[in-house]
Design a protein around this ligand. Sequence first.
Ligand code: SF4
Ligand code: SF4
Length: 484
Amino acid sequence: MFKYDPKSLKAEEFINDGEIRATLAYAEEHKNDFPLIDAILEKARPVKKGNGYVCAGLSHREASVLLACEDKSRIERMFEIAEEIKLAFYGNRIVIFAPLYLSNYCVNGCVYCPYHLKNKHIARKKLTQEEVAEEVIALQDMGHKRLAIESGEDPVNNPIEYILECIKTIYSIKHKNGAIRRVNVNIAATTVENYRKLKDAGIGTYILFQETYHKESYEQLHPTGPKHNYCYHTEAMDRAMEGGIDDVGLGVLFGLELYKYEFAGLLMHAEHLEAVHGVGPHTISVPRIKHADDIDPSAFDNSISDEIFEKITACIRLAVPYTGMIVSTRETEEVRSKLLRCGVSQVSGGSRTSVGGYAGYSADERPHDTEQFDVSDQRSLDEVVRWLMESGHIPSFCTACYREGRTGDRFMSLCKSGQIQNCCHPNALMTLKEYLEDYASPETRAVGEKLIAAEIGNIPNEKVRGIVVERLEKIANGERDFRF
Ligand code: SF4
Ligand code: SF4
């Protein structure tokens, strides 16, 4: 029997099955305890402090009570507070990124992923460095500045040296005014030594989805390959941090296990990182299981409705207000619109989830032979950017923080003091301006110019406003890459 200890480095102690079960029982018992629920909601609200806001966040137990609550008016209140937090810390900005698939060779047996080793009919592909360069040029020509690289686990085909070489290639390509300024990495759990190499290669966030926190299910869903080892996988973020990576991204694949269990496990993981490393996760992603070659989502009986999915997202926002939240093109435009109001701060746009899916294809052509999952939102980046602006958001291509050394606890303390806002808003406007100048359609550009003109007035500090106006002018005259 393992004892719950958020400070432990043992997976089964910081993600403790007994504590999760006790949490779920407590949440069930208190789901109609309205005085308690109202007090938790009150605790979650952002409070004005100085020029900004602070938020207390919620423990996994408190947040689980909210998730269990079925009272309509209180659920409505959760959404309102999620939006309040979103506006207090992230304003109306949405950061944009794209995935780049490097290789779908994989030695693991994950039953929900078409890249699993036993899938013999899917085409296997690994990009050469020339192909990586072509993909990067295609992504730059769309307007992307921030990528998340993805690769299966295969020590022979995709060793760490291959990943490092790809990162080097990606950063080296400067096509026209394009540049990839931040590479986030989503690769299998690895050693401290390899994490150190990734850190030295200048990565942004290291992302690793837990898939499920339920150990028994985890082992069944990952029957073969190195990923079968639940503890090695669950303890990966601690090794990443030991290797010097201080921005890590968590996520579960909703639909594999009971969502209430996953939710409590996810928040316990965040609490563990805070307790041990003094800094919680930089991002949390909320993917749901999707159809793909060889994969039928209805085979997984824990799939969740859009309504529950939105409630989970809002409750995560309340629990970890300083953590960025990511939703991908797995979700439809309609669901993404709702999630943006529940606190999501980053979206992908114009994504291809196949190896070599960008170069040589027009905006409405998409290869399916090596696709990891069906993309529900198939709009081009230009369409996504315009949609965001027309729905009251500022699309941001900002990558400033890690380039300015604002990572880990430095980033979090700026975030918690509200000071980060002074960087995010002007940076969003300047990077959007670059996008409009270099890549936008005339229609998108017209919407964007109007938005920027209106948003300049929302920069509170006069001096900063003056600098932004000057830099926007310089961008219009061909200069690039300004940042606060
Ligand atoms: S989820 Fe990742 S590790 Fe599992 S089969 Fe797919 S690519 Fe491989
Ligand atoms: S300033 Fe930092 S936190 Fe804000 S959008 Fe840019 S990279 Fe993100």
